[in-house]
Design a protein. Structure first.
Ligand code: DX5
Ligand code: ZN
Length: 220
């Protein structure tokens, strides 16, 4: 099967004192993945719309905001104004997932939903026709550099089956612990969108080569 794999660098584990170089070095990727953490939904803080806006001036990639925050609806407009093209909100962060997805779409942005490892896949069933991506967390969110939780592979397979059966135009993203070996596993299970942090930014290899190598894994 030939699948076009998309790569979205997560700058969380890049050199935070030199984010400009980090985004410039991954210009051959498909998306830039911004991990937005509020210290409530996840036990960590990262960055906000001002940082996204500053980086947008140095990248031609579309930006996606992975909202690991409570009250995600408060952040749609600020990140839209900062230049993001897609919002990925956590299903666990709202009791009104359908409303949240409609709000994102009404803002003219692509909508995505992220699921924590222990969240059942059927949580997204109702909104699946509205989504451009389901981001299956392959680690518990909050920190870069963790190991992939193998139990999520079955979830990827099940989602691939659901999307193929219904014929939806929706990517299956994975986020956390992606390196060459785990990339092969998640791609074999049906993922076609890889968020990559540590493996890209704490690697001696040139990021462009790492990106090209990961993308060609879909050709197998
Ligand atoms: C985890 C974040 C990820 C993460 C990916 O909370 O959503 O995007 O930083 O980083 P690695 O590839 O280091 O696991
Ligand atoms: Zn992320």
């Amino acid at each position: 099967m030939i699948t076009e794999i998309q790569i979205a660098p997560s700058i969380l584990n890049a050199d935070l004192a030199d984010l400009r170089s980090a985004v410039e070095n991954v210009a051959t990727a498909d998306w830039l993945h911004l991990d937005i953490m509020d210290g409530h939904f996840v036990p960590n803080l990262s960055f906000g719309p001002a940082v996204a806006k500053a980086l947008k001036a140095h990248s031609r990639l579309p930006f996606e905001a992975h909202l690991m925050v409570t009250n995600p609806e408060f952040y749609i407009e600020p990140f839209r104004q900062a230049g993001a093209a897609r919002m990925i909100a956590h299903a666990e962060s709202t009791v009104h997932l359908h409303r949240l997805v409609q709000m994102i779409k009404a803002s003219g942005l692509e909508a995505g939903v992220a699921l924590n490892p222990a969240t059942p896949l059927n949580t997204v069933d109702l909104v699946l026709p509205d989504l451009k991506i389901v981001l299956l967390m392959t680690v518990n969110p909050g920190f870069g550099g963790q190991s992939l939780i193998p139990g999520v592979l079955a979830k990827i397979r099940e989602l691939r089956h659901k999307i193929a059966t219904a014929g939806f135009d929706c990517r299956i993203g994975v986020d956390g612990g992606i390196k060459r070996e785990t990339a092969k596993e998640v791609i074999a299970a049906g993922a076609d969108f890889l968020v990559v942090g540590t493996y890209l930014f704490k690697n001696k290899e040139d990021p462009a080569r790492v990106i090209a190598d990961l993308k060609q894994l879909g050709n197998g």
